[in-house]
Design a protein around this ligand. Structure first.
Ligand code: HEC
Length: 162
């Protein structure tokens, strides 16, 4: 019994010591965390401002008329047939390519979030340059996407490079 008590005492001591050391460590880590958090906060602020000030309602209307039938209101598409735009690795990786895709679809099979889709299936009515800007900015900033914006010049460039 006595042995057992001693044993649990030493366990308690080790535990306390452990907690103490962990606290010390934590403080250092917290210090570092603080710095990290500051940096993250700065980055988040810039992104949030860009997203918050953007009015994507024009793009939303264009999306609903021209894209939603395939890519769905949720932006999730139909797996294997119409790829998702929501959290799409393909869309979010390259804004210039997103414009081209919106203008003319893909010319070759593409892989979106690990699923392959045949190219040249996307049929859309021809959009004005400003409509393209609006709809691309809408899909880049909807359903949790926060991928920045494109400009009229970007779309003109894409049209010239087609
Ligand atoms: C008739 C169905 C259909 C319509 C309408 C359509 N898409 Fe697509 N979309 C597809 C298919 C199928 C693909 C897969 C590859 C391909 O054929 O281009 C695709 C691929 C994409 C991609 C790249 C892949 C991804 O998921 O990130 C983007 C971006 C995109 N579409 C945007 C749009 C926008 C914006 C509109 C409206 C202006 C639109 N699409 C209208 C069927 C459609």
């Amino acid at each position: 019994m006595k042995k057992f008590k001693l044993f649990s005492l030493s366990i308690a001591a080790i535990f306390l010591l452990g907690t103490f050391m962990a606290c010390g460590g934590d403080q250092e880590a917290e210090g570092a965390d603080d710095q990290n958090t500051d940096q993250t906060e700065e980055t988040t602020e810039t992104t949030t401002t860009e997203v918050a000030t953007g009015d994507f309602s024009a793009g939303k209307a264009i999306y609903e008329t021209n894209c939603m039938v395939c890519h769905q209101e949720s932006g999730l598409g139909v797996e294997g047939t119409f790829p998702p735009l929501a959290k799409s690795d393909y869309l979010l990786a390259d804004k210039a390519r997103a414009i081209l895709q919106t203008l003319q679809g893909a010319k070759e099979p593409i892989t979106v979030n690990g699923v392959e889709y045949p190219g040249s299936v996307m049929t859309i009515v021809k959009l004005e340059n400003q409509q393209t800007v609006d709809v691309v900015n809408y899909i880049l900033n909807s359903w949790g996407n926060e991928a920045g914006t494109v400009t009229l010049d970007d779309v003109k460039e894409a049209n010239a490079a087609k």
